[in-house]
Design a binder for this molecule. Sequence first.
Ligand code: F6P
Length: 361
Amino acid sequence: MAKFRRIGVLTSGGDAPGMNAAIRAITRKALEQNIEVMGILGGYSGLLQEKLVPLTTGSVSNIIQLGGTKLYSDRCIEFQTEAGMQKAINTCKKYEIDAIVAIGGDGTFRGATDLTLHGIPTIGVTGTIDNDVTATDYTVGFDTAMNTVVEAVDRLRDTCESHARINVIEVMGRDCGQIALMTGIATGARAVCIPEMPFDEDLAIKNIKRARANGKRGMVVIISEGVFTTDANGNRVPYGEVLAERIEERTGIATRFVRLAHVIRGGNPTLRDRLTATRMGAKAVELLLEGKSNLVVLEEDGKITSMDIVFALTTDRMYKNKLKDGDLDRYNEDEIKQMKAICVKRRAEIEELYKLAYDCQ
Ligand code: F6P
């Protein structure tokens, strides 16, 4: 069993409900093994600016239920430079931090790999509302964000119904449409629009007109923020607002556009997020104790597992058609097959749910 005297924990990138539960689990699990824990404030920039606080059993008490992140978060550009990395390593040496657990999304994991390469064993825990890390079934924060969307849409429905209007509701998710897709199903949306699937505007209009002809008063359409179109000047603009205007024009039904934006990133984590965060946080410490590093903690078919970070990031790029030259050079045929299988699984899940969203509207 690898022996660490002190580890660091940080949260980086967009915050997500459940990050506090993960911080708590990592701290409690490490302390139980007589490992000290330092909280690094503000993500990787906390390492650069030497902003660290000791975490104790008491300091992580009463946070499991809180949204946001007690350790604060940041997207740190300087950390991506060699000079920034050197500063980070010096901080780790100065504060005798033997290893780090980094909670966040793909940007966070790139940083984690760099730290490992520079001699600080690092483990990633998937925390982002987007659920956009291809290798995992689930990222901490996803469930809470979706429940917040459902609650907001239910409220909008009330007023849509009263006024016989349509609401086009845009939800976050960056390039990933999973929040929009699943909440679209759960709120009975008349149409769902996500970046992963071609959107048939004519069909959506036809469905809306048909529903109205059948007496339906209020209707909602859910769209992901990652869907774009071009305006009259050829500029790339988010499609949501444009779609709302077109629906009103083409159906004659009063239509309002709502952007939920960061509202869905806050709030108390659901049971699902608290539980998964706790399981993943504890697993991260276990992996370090087993002498492992450069791994990301994942959920696969209900089990908490782990995968090499670079493998996970490469799979991610494969899924998003963003592979760079040479990305696959280090992998053998079986490994590439494994990556492809993960991408096929994700794609199939999206296609199945998308069909369901239209079959059951
Ligand atoms: O990755 C989480 C996320 O909330 C995305 O859904 C969204 O596109 C992005 O972060 C927003 O980033 P910021 O908080 O920097 O505006």
